[in-house]
Design a protein around this ligand. Sequence first.
Ligand code: FES
Length: 80
Amino acid sequence: MEIQLTVRLGAVMSKMNCARGATLRNVLIENGQSPNRGIHCSGLGICGTCLVEVVEEGGRQRKRACQIRCFRNLEIILLS
Ligand code: FES
């Protein structure tokens, strides 16, 4: 089953599909929207440069995109 991501960067919103369980950072990179800013750890989870905001009921939470597995539809805000 495919998962749908809604990704916002400023006023621009895009939709992308991914396989269930895919890593958010990888999906964003494959779609030309790397969340990383500057030098990074390539997804090892130690640099913190891949922070995104995940929109959830009750608000937004900042999380590392390389540590998020997509098991449900997500709304993501990229930090500029
Ligand atoms: S890429 Fe370094 S923490 Fe995610």
